[in-house]
Ligand binder design. Structure first.
Ligand code: AHR
Ligand code: AHR
Length: 481
């Protein structure tokens, strides 16, 4: 059985079921998600390898070879057409054309399930999916359940990495107009114990870790790499549960009365579905989503426990975040441009600015050092790398406002993540493309001889699609000094 078969047996059927990694019904053979590639704007629907099985990631890999792909649609597996697509502007605009949110890179969150490769949905700040015209999703005070499998190590303090029920207008229409799973360290409204991240409920104008605003110490800091998060609500009652998605059982972090603040009892759910954003299209948060559902009715703990066992049996595991020629920790490297007409230039820095310069063996040691970098374990993710300046120890290449800078490591989570890059095979077939860990639609790109992290979408000047594959491909060679 799949998770939605278990919810159906429990009398609380799925009314939305979303996953880019696997089918959530044992008989499901339809599309899981759609990708769109930049080279010709063609799309491809990805289905499970077999009924009830893991996504056919190999079909995506061949379709997206030598270009970039985005996840355009996450299909609803229930037959109700509650598909998730690029979130529109609402109370807040997204960064994409027309105020829409960004779409996720299709290959940014690789995992394996029972040994088969699949991809999750990697949400950077600015990324979001939504459906404002749904079928069968709870409204008003009606009961619903939800679970989601998330990357417990990918989070931030922005508002709001959510999955669940939200406003159909993408605007904040008041307390109780949402009921979604939240995951992260946003502290404005509520917190759990420790320093976070926490599973909370986004009920609109408040992230709740329990029955009151503020701290609820029974809601613990989550540390599992793969996390199962549960939020459910019915008249006068709601709960938060969670557990490690690869072993063990769910625990209940709160189960009890609705918050004693006007607007939350009864609830005023509107029945839209959001992923990666807040109800009003707040889009400052980050996280990774692998699978999740929404039910009709309040699932029993026993039903959720059987779903957790099913998730554990799916055997989520990590896999490599890098590809292409090895960029070896401990080595000292240079990066040569591969764009025709520019391919004697190397990535260098002038003060804090990262740029390209023509460098040869006859340059001064100072110039050679400015174009040389030490590869270290990724400051923000040990599966990727960071690049320390050879002339300024303790300073690293990082992005800020999507420009590359050489800055001293200030020890913050933000710096560590901004300085972490995951090399993959060069998009033009040469060397590597150096992708930003936290913004994996973006890679190192030289533009007018200045370095940025650029997407392949033309939204910023430096993200021009012309010459993209060449401009993001660098031959990683020996350092000059
Ligand atoms: O409830 C927290 C957030 O507050 C909601 O997601 C958003 O709509 C509002 O800004
Ligand atoms: O470069 C993009 C973002 O800009 C970085 O993550 C952040 O440090 C800055 O706001």
């Amino acid at each position: 059985a799949g998770p939605c078969d278990l919810y159906a047996s429990g009398g609380t059927p799925c009314v939305a079921a979303h996953s880019t990694t696997r089918a959530l019904f044992s008989a499901y053979t339809g599309s899981l998600y759609q990708v769109k590639r930049a080279s010709d704007s063609a799309t491809l629907n990805i289905a499970p390898l077999s009924a009830g099985g893991v996504a056919n990631a190999a079909a995506q890999d061949s379709f997206c070879a030598s270009t970039t792909c985005l996840i355009t649609t996450i299909f609803d597996q229930t037959g109700r057409s509650n598909h998730l697509t690029q979130a529109p502007p609402g109370g807040f605009n997204g960064p994409a054309t027309g105020g829409f949110d960004n779409l996720a890179a299709a290959d940014a969150a690789p995992v394996t399930l029972n040994g088969h490769k699949a991809y999750g949905v990697f949400v950077s700040p600015g990324t979001g999916y939504r459906n404002d015209k749904t079928n069968g999703i709870a409204t008003g005070d009606a009961a619903q359940g939800m679970y989601a499998v998330l990357d417990g190590t990918h989070f931030n303090g922005g508002c709001c990495f959510d999955y669940g029920n939200a406003e159909t207008s993408a605007r904040d229409t008041g307390n109780g107009h949402m009921e979604a799973i939240y995951f992260g360290t946003e502290r404005t409204w509520g917190t759990g114990s420790g320093s976070g991240p926490w599973i909370m409920a986004d009920l609109e104008n408040g992230l709740f870790s329990g029955g009151t605003t503020g701290i609820n110490t029974a809601d613990p800091t989550q540390t599992a790499r793969f996390l199962t998060a549960v939020v459910k609500g019915e008249p006068g009652m709601w709960a938060i549960r969670g557990g490690n998605a690869v072993s063990g059982a769910l625990s209940t972090f709160y189960s009890g009365a609705r918050p004693n603040v006007a607007g939350y009892n009864p609830m005023h759910k509107e029945g839209a579905i959001i992923l990666g954003i807040g109800g009003d299209n707040s889009n400052g948060a980050q996280g990774t989503f692998y699978e999740g559902v929404m039910t009709s009715g309040y699932p029993t703990d026993a039903t959720e426990n059987s779903v957790q066992a099913n998730v554990v049996a799916a055997k989520y595991a990590t896999t490599s975040l890098v590809s292409g020629p090895a960029v070896i920790v401990g080595s000292a490297v240079s990066f040569r441009v591969t764009t025709p007409g520019f391919n004697t230039r190397f990535i260098a820095h002038t003060g804090t600015q990262v740029n390209t310069q023509v460098v040869t063996s006859s340059n001064t040691t100072a110039v050679k050092q400015s174009a040389s970098w030490t590869v270290v374990t990724g400051l923000g993710n040990s599966g990727c790398v960071s690049f320390e300046s050879r002339d300024t120890a303790g300073s690293y290449i990082r992005h800020s406002n999507f420009e590359l800078l050489v800055n001293a490591n200030d020890g913050t989570k933000q710096f560590a993540e901004d300085a972490t890059f995951c090399p993959k095979a060069g998009l033009n077939g040469q060397g590597n493309s150096i992708r930003a860990w936290g913004y994996p639609t973006r890679s190192f790109r030289h533009f007018d001889d200045v370095l940025y992290v650029a997407s392949n979408d033309g939204v910023e000047t430096f993200s021009a699609t012309a010459s993209y594959n060449d401009d993001v491909s660098f031959v990683v060679g020996a350092a000059f000094a």
